[in-house]
Design a protein. Sequence first.
Length: 137
Amino acid sequence: MKTGVFQILTMLISMTIATPAIALPLQQGVYSASSNFIYIAMSGDRICYFGASRHGSLTASVNPDPSNSDLYLVNGTSLVLYQEDTKTLLAGDISNLRPFSAQALPLTELSPNMQQCLTSQDPYFEQSSENPFRNPE
């Protein structure tokens, strides 16, 4: 009897450990970590990414990773996106994903690059090395 209970407990524990988390689709919105910002915008099936830091900005189309349904790939980069929960987006290289927290910042106007990304059917990539937070002089 003890062996049967032990086998059942072992099986239940292994099932609990091996069960993967349910992947969430990307959530549209603004996310931040320190002085880095990400904006995810969607139109139909089209997903676009805008990332900004003091080093510059990037606008690019986003597609699901064909080899891992939990991940999204930012076109033209090694950036990977993973929606951990509705308030947390993990972003970065696959070996170094950083958490970005959702912000309650409604964007009323999309940049021309984001508009172009959302309306294009082709892969989109536009990068700038200018600091988007620098005050114009």
